[in-house]
Design a protein. Structure first.
Lengths: 135, 135, 135, 135
């Protein structure tokens, strides 16, 4: 299992008239979480795309326990629990500064070969980097 | 059961570098869907808030089958399958102009009394308007 | 001179904790305005991009007079005052349902040849469609 | 004069199908810039709002020189050149990792008394903190 922790500060743009972070914006915080998780593994999401792989999300689930508010420094915890193959699962938890769990979610992403536009296996060099954490 | 159908045109702002609508933006399209569903039922979401009720989302699930692209005119189909009580479930499907189903999802919203900040039952006048569709 | 009028309804996602439309979101409403203006002229912004032209914005100015609020149906008025050449200027005004002017702005966009990535003249077929309105 | 420097990493959500950061999203980066500038001055924008002052933007200008791309770590430079009174001007410049200036802009914000909803002078404690930098 691999765990990454990163932070995001809530922007004014991300709040809504209820004073909460808009429910749709956590998808972006989760994106930050998984990109930083990959970076910690030595994988740049950008260079993976540039090398010919797309990684679209095929499902996304989130449960909201408490709202996040403007200017809070949130902690995004991203977990890879299962060794990726043709798809990669990420689990997420977001905490506020009082260490209250605000929400948790999951996404599944699939590897797509950019030139064929078809699903494909994860590139070998990518699996090599991740495997170490699953032994 | 109650079904509403509305349309949204994909904005440039909502696309990402993959050329797809960013996976997080469907939450906003679903919001448009449920607000228009309520409007068709004679309920203004805004006036409901103004009358003392908040309706935060407590869970959200989406499955993505195909991407939506820039400038497409999408159809958002919103369904209320279960008569609401203290919570209200919405089901959604989004279709492109070729009538391909692009994604489907669900959200649960809870009624919160603004002054107590606690969950409460749906207001009677709201239930009255919806009940007709569940007989 | 060419004038187009279109409407956008304010989404919850677009409001902020002040209860206003976030100041950065008008750029998106202006985008909707100019795309609909071009559509009325018979030009699909999308097909222009697909045919090899990018149209990035090089400057943008906006003055805010009054806020827009959740669920308001705003009118976006888009004006092309000067016949475009290598660049195209758009002027915008946004009104609420009481016909109060909420803000006004301008953008300049330049034609970029996608293959050379360099500025270029507007395509002839594009100019033909616009010229009629400047005679 | 007061200068603050902070960084933002470009999120996937913020790119558009051109592969650039969407032109409307710099408003959010500038927001991050001015909030961090105020924080460095010892002023929490949030607590200023909580203490009864709103600070809406009344004008905003930006000139775009070069695009920003996905995953770039941008530097936002925020300058307060003029001692604020009933309004506060911010100047901004954004640089990429090659130290190329990507864009520059300005915003004017006005102090609004939340209870009267009318423009008012900047609170004294706020001016005190800023004044030191203008001597």
């Amino acid at each position: 299992m691999f765990i990454n922790t990163t932070t995001v500060r809530v922007r004014y743009a991300e709040t809504d008239r209820m004073g909460y972070v808009y429910y749709g914006n956590y998808a972006t915080y989760y994106e930050v979480g998984r990109v930083e998780a990959l970076r910690e593994l030595g994988v740049s999401y950008k260079s993976m795309e540039d090398s010919g792989f797309l990684l679209p999300v095929i499902d996304y689930t989130i449960k909201y326990f408490k709202p996040a508010f403007y200017d809070e420094l949130l902690t995004v915890k991203t977990l890879i629990k299962i060794l990726p193959s043709a798809r990669i699962h990420f689990y997420y938890e977001i905490y506020n500064e009082k260490e209250e769990k605000l929400n948790q979610g999951e996404t599944t992403l699939v590897f797509i070969n950019k030139s064929t536009n078809k699903p494909c296996a994860a590139p070998d060099w990518f699996l090599e980097k991740i495997k170490k954490h699953f032994q």
